[in-house]
Design a protein around this ligand. Sequence first.
Ligand code: NAD
Length: 290
Amino acid sequence: MGDIKKVAILGAGMMGSDIALSCALAGYDVLLKEVSLDLAAAGVERIRGSLAKWSEKGRLAVDAEQQKSAVARITPVDNFSGFGDVDLVIEAIFEDLDVKSQNFRQLEEVCKPSCIIASNTSSLPITKLGACFSSAERKSRFVGMHFFSPAAIMKLVEVVNGEDTSAETVETACAFCTSIGKEPIKVNDCAGFVVNRILGAINDEAIRLLEENVASAADIDKACQLGLGHPVGPFALMDQISNELNLKIARIFHGIYGDRFLPRPALVRKVDAGHFGRKTGKGWFDYSKK
Ligand SMILES: NC(=O)c1ccc[n+]([C@@H]2O[C@H](COP(=O)([O-])OP(=O)(O)OC[C@H]3O[C@@H](n4cnc5c(N)ncnc54)[C@H](O)[C@@H]3O)[C@@H](O)[C@H]2O)c1
């Protein structure tokens, strides 16, 4: 990718660390920024774990030497001091308009004018996020790049153009995705884009089936896998994504699309109980013994 050489990722959580890994495996130098060096270093550890896990399962074809050099390309940081020569920033921090906008305004100060700033938001409209930038040039270089979990191996990226995103920015973002082994699709901005609008509807209906006691979570998952050919059922996927985020997304969709995305009471209860999914050891299923 001619235009993009150095990449920065904001947020070394579940998504940011795997996106950093995909970029590093493709040969890009990556700055991985967190709120503290400890969290950034924890992100690098997560990347090592991801590499080991997916190589062992045969989903990533990388030998020990390639793994080592990919990790060496990632620099954990807790500030913006190295961002002056970055060509692309992919933001993957909390799903919160104010927190994201605050970070974008800081990026506007430190990044060079040609730098493309992208958001991995799942549910916030790109046009609304892009409105926080002060200059028209910066708004034209702001784009959605929506990866899917686990981002180290999932191929799809929704490249989303907001109201002010230039066609050139969309093309560069798509070419970058291809350069890291992903498959981009172009999406015109709307909350949830394509995949999460469809997924939101599937999840809601799956939870309704559970609330109505039609079948168990395990059997609803089995129905989707064996009857519809889905690789993972909706409850296992919600646990993978985290119910906390699922509820945040449901609330955003409800605000925008109305009652068809009214958050399901059973999902609210899971979050109230702290049963977020895999990352807390319990969600729709119990992972504590596995
Ligand atoms: N979880 C998914 O399956 C999924 C899929 C696609 C997109 N997304 C989106 O990706 C983003 C991140 O989601 P996640 O699941 O990785 O969340 P996460 O909670 O695992 O990670 C978020 C990270 O951002 C860090 N952070 C917060 N403020 C920061 C700042 N100012 N600078 C740097 N880092 C900061 C936090 O410390 C945390 O480690 C969200 O916008 C989410 O909607 C998530």
